[in-house]
Design a protein around this ligand. Sequence first.
Ligand code: ZN
Length: 287
Amino acid sequence: MHWNRRNALHRLLLGAMSVAPGMSMGAPPAAAADPALPRALPVPGGIARIPLGAHAQRPLAHAGEVPLLVIGSPADWTALVGIPLAAKAGRAALRVKTDGPEREVPYTIAAKAYAQQKLQVAPRTVDLSAQDLARHERERVHQQQVMAVFSSPMPNAEALGMQAPVAGPRSSSFGLRRVFNGQPRQPHSGMDIAAPTGTPITAPLPGRVLDTGDYFFNGGTVWLDHGGGLLTLYCHLSAIDVKSGDTLRTGDRLGAVGATGRVTGPHLHWGVLLNRTMVDPALFLPA
Ligand code: ZN
């Protein structure tokens, strides 16, 4: 099982630079027609939208060494920059290559203060045994490989509005500084949607299944690749109905809500990754 998963991922990584044969992205959903999505919110955990102007070819843009998603059309291109929760407020810059020499494009990250949240969970998921720590370390390395995938942007990547993957009350807990059983841990890097175990989870946008597995913290997990470094993550699943390489249209079922991994109860943890950075999924949903 483990070997198969690694092997499948390896094939995906090798093939990640082009859209796979037979990969149909389908028609965009109604929400995707809104060119304002994702919304700009240039704060830690948010997204900067950087206008790049008109060019015949899609410009290449990077933050450090990490490639950025550039959306739009030859009439008007826009770079999307996912800003890490750990970023400092102030001046930042990306590198852009269009027709001429590479240039630096500055932008400003505004400050945002996130509140603290205290949670009680199973003690073995906070004070890890040596065995669980070793398992988590292997899984962390694997997850970093998944998060580094950058495939071709979707042909219709002009607007990237998403459909919520589960109907249910959405928490606004993205970015909260978390204290588990009295111990500070990483901030919350996704959106929690409360729903009973077994509730179907559907793809928010066309994409390809990049990875599935059962991980220590995330429990039953699915990663989708939407092209251009835009990935989505589904955690704590009770059932996984897809396998690596499957292509999904908006609304296709990928699994079911559960309470696996480190949780306080059944819910979907939904993550959205841009340029290897977890950003607030709410920015992709219609207001
Ligand atoms: Zn969560």
